[in-house]
Design a protein around this ligand. Structure first.
Ligand SMILES: [Zn+2]
Length: 73
């Protein structure tokens, strides 16, 4: 584990504390592996904590779509 990576991860969390919803919190990589883990970082789509792309992905639920289809039929 290098000091440079530790500092960069720490500043990510500090930014999140100050303004948790300013950048997309969609995680990339393995949270247990600080070498690869990072957040998306795109501007968020208020009031969500994800960008437009990831809000859509987070709330799209295959089961829900199936329910909607059944209700319409
Ligand atoms: Zn995103």
């Amino acid at each position: 584990m290098s000091a440079a990576n530790g500092a960069s991860v720490r500043s990510l969390f500090e930014n999140a504390k100050q303004s948790p919803f300013r950048t997309c919190q969609w995680p990339f990589g393995d949270p247990q592996d600080l070498e690869t883990f990072r957040y998306c970082g795109e501007p968020t789509l208020a009031p969500h904590s994800y960008c437009a792309t990831h809000v859509e992905r987070a709330y799209r639920d295959p089961d829900e779509e199936r329910e909607a289809g059944r209700a319409a039929a």
